[in-house]
Design a binder for this molecule. Structure first.
Ligand code: AMP
Ligand code: MG
Length: 410
């Protein structure tokens, strides 16, 4: 009986599924309205607020795709008079007439009159005369003028998070300055009387503030900007003033700890007194069940449970998509589950489970997934080496060799 109550509610709130909790959260989050200009080379990881388009027809002239000879295919295999050499960057090119050809290097303009390029390895030259060893075909080895697109064609679209490949394409467009959405501003508050700075030596009854370090890095990797992070004691007044200060400057406030069943878990009351509307408190998931989420207009609060694995997993499940949406990013917002093969046994109880794991390609080409050994959701050592989360449905018993799904991290 007791365990059934545990599985259906948290502090009087009905447990909701991860999927429904996430959609409630994302439904409330709107993308940023305005974009700001930044230099292209500073745009890695930023989300485009405006499309980037071709500033001229590309390529503007037909270009050779091979080192070879440009000529008329119509003249078939007759020997040809070689007029000159066109290099990549040669501005002036001759007209090709009947029985004529030019040597052309990759990227060089294919002269008017020529309609094909014969690669150098299919030719011979004797005393200024070119002999082709195969029948030339019209259009071969030529990048036609405009084949990439006409001036004004969008190459990158608003809502794309810029990768190095995108920046390469934007550089091709000559986009010195690009419009990007502002990064969501995030304040991180770790809580707990027992929590001390991670780079100090804790007393036996204390723990290092390791979560805050990881949460800040996760936030940055999801496209957020950590404007401030600090630690707060389990004191209702201190918590209230810290959360109020955070709400004065943040798009998203992330708290760590203090949302569970303990006598010093004050945050739900603090959020309520600051008029943060609760979206959910309690999700049917292991670990992370006590997770809290709410909003005040377009500001969001994510209350992560303090256990290190819970905090890590809940930020991955809720924080990543929320930050992607607040960044203005279009799809894909979520890492897609991948298929793998289990290398260590794993099981779940009544709730769906996410387990830190390592995934790697095996000799047979399949992805092997090994669960990181953990002694519970407080076992931060299980995060070492994790590059995936194994996904288990409720009441699952999986054995070595079973097909499973996992989420890749990072
Ligand atoms: P709580 O959610 O506040 O009940 O905390 C659950 C567990 O997580 C407790 O054992 C805490 O000591 C631990 N914990 C809370 N915050 C942190 C943190 N920032 N870093 C590491 N462990 C933490
Ligand atoms: Mg606590």
């Amino acid at each position: 009986m007791t365990s059934d109550i545990c599985e259906s509610q948290h502090r009087g709130n009905p447990l909701v599924s991860c999927e429904s909790a996430l959609s409630q959260l994302l439904m409330r989050a709107t993308p940023p309205r305005s974009a700001e200009p930044i230099p292209l080379l500073a745009s890695l990881g930023r989300v485009l607020g405006k499309a980037i388009s071709l500033d001229r027809m590309e390529p503007p002239l037909p270009r050779s795709a091979m080192d070879g000879f440009a000529l008329r295919s119509e003249d078939q295999e007759i020997p040809r008079e070689l007029l000159s050499t066109v290099y990549a960057g040669t501005a002036e090119v001759p007209m090709i007439g009947v029985g004529q050809a030019v040597a052309v290097m990759t990227g060089g303009t294919v002269p008017p009159g020529a309609d094909t390029v014969v690669p150098v390895e299919c030719t011979e030259v004797h005393e200024g005369t070119l002999f082709v060893q195969e029948m030339p075909l019209a259009g071969r080895h030529i990048r036609q003028a405009g084949e990439m697109g006409m001036e004004g064609k969008d190459i990158l679209h608003a809502g794309q998070r810029m990768t190095s490949a995108d920046i390469t394409a934007a550089a091709g467009c000559g986009a010195k300055e690009v419009q990007v959405f502002p990064k969501p501003r995030v304040v991180i508050l770790s809580t707990g009387d027992e929590v001390v700075p991670w780079d100090t030596i804790p007393a036996l009854h204390e723990v290092r503030d390791s979560n805050r370090v990881g949460v800040a890095l996760q936030v940055e990797s999801f496209g957020g900007f950590v404007v401030e992070q600090t630690h707060v004691l389990d004191d209702p007044e201190a918590l209230e003033s810290s959360v109020a200060d955070a709400l004065a400057i943040a798009d998203l406030v992330i708290t760590i700890g203090g949302v569970s069943m303990g006598q010093k878990d004050h945050l739900p009351e603090v959020f309520a007194s600051l008029h943060v509307e609760k979206l959910f408190h309690g999700v049917s998931v292991q670990p992370g069940k006590p997770v809290w989420a709410g909003c005040r207009n377009q500001q969001f609060v994510l209350g992560l449970p303090g256990n290190p694995i819970s905090s890590f997993v809940m930020l991955e499940i809720f924080g990543r998509p929320l930050l992607n949406q607040l960044s203005g990013q279009h799809s894909p917002k979520l890492p897609q589950p991948q298929a793998g093969v289990l290398l260590t046994p794993a099981s779940s109880r009544k709730r769906p489970r996410y387990l830190p794991a390592t995934s790697s390609v095996q000799e047979d080409g399949l992805i092997g997934v090994r669960v990181c050994e953990e002694s519970g959701s407080g076992d931060w050592s299980a995060l070492a080496g994790a590059n995936a989360l194994l996904l288990l449905p409720p009441r699952a018993e999986r054995h070595v060799g079973d097909a499973i799904t996992y989420l890749p991290l990072g």
